[in-house]
Ligand binder design. Structure first.
Ligand SMILES: Cc1cc2nc3c(=O)[nH]c(=O)nc-3n(C[C@H](O)[C@H](O)[C@H](O)COP(=O)(O)O)c2cc1C
Ligand SMILES: Nc1ncnc2c1ncn2[C@@H]1O[C@H](COP(=O)(O)OP(=O)(O)O)[C@@H](O)[C@H]1O
Ligand SMILES: [Mg+2]
Length: 155
């Protein structure tokens, strides 16, 4: 991707349910429309940045864009793992994402264990890089100042 930071938001949809069940790493999936509208220069691969759900707190995240070669998906997906433990699922809510850097291309693996340890490595690397001052400042970006309620009655 040539022009980082890339900002993006959309409603979370259901994927294949593999993230949390098989990998122990849930990923919030964006709808097809968001994935199809990514700029042409956004290459597939693994990125890191900041994310929030609705008007909630901003957390570190990793995002995978592509066809998941290990699972040979026929549709391109964009999936975000947020480095935070949530009390419950949040399907249908709005996910706000600021992608700030690139980690690596998507790869195939010869076992589920190696896929999982690659993702865990990405998470550790992303956590470290996001502590750099140039990345930390994006956490405060206006993009994340989402109004607490969509309802307003005022003069
Ligand atoms: C940080 C990160 C890195 C990933 N890297 C790869 C990869 O190299 N190859 C791959 O096939 N899938 C990769 N995945 C995608 C997982 O396979 C995917 O999240 C999983 O299939 C869950 O899919 P689901 O949301 O449709 O259930 C990655 C996911 C994350 C969050
Ligand atoms: N830390 C987290 N990061 C991303 N999604 C999470 C997290 N904690 C809970 N979730 C929930 O888990 C869902 C994704 O789980 P996953 O197993 O990948 O299923 P799916 O295939 O439907 O995307 C998200 O849509 C969200 O509601
Ligand atoms: Mg998912």
């Amino acid at each position: 991707m040539r022009h980082l930071t890339y900002f993006c938001r959309g409603q979370m949809v259901r994927g294949f349910g593999r993230g949390s069940k098989q990998l122990g790493i849930p990923t919030a999936n964006f709808p097809e429309q968001v994935v199809d509208n990514l700029p042409a220069d956004v290459s597939t691969g693994i990125y890191y940045g900041w994310a929030s759900v609705g008007s909630g707190d901003v957390h570190k995240m990793v995002v995978s864009i592509g066809w998941n070669p290990y699972y040979k998906n026929s549709k391109k997906s964009m999936e975000t793992h947020i480095m935070h433990t949530f009390k419950e699922d949040f399907y249908g809510e709005i996910l706000n994402v600021a992608i700030v850097g690139y980690l690596r291309p998507e790869k195939n693996f010869d076992s589920l264990e190696s896929l999982i340890s690659a993702i865990q490595g990405d998470i550790e690397e992303a956590k470290k890089r996001l502590d750099l001052p140039e990345h930390l400042k994006l956490k405060e970006d206006n993009f994340f100042q989402v109004p607490k309620s969509k309802i307003m009655n005022g003069h």
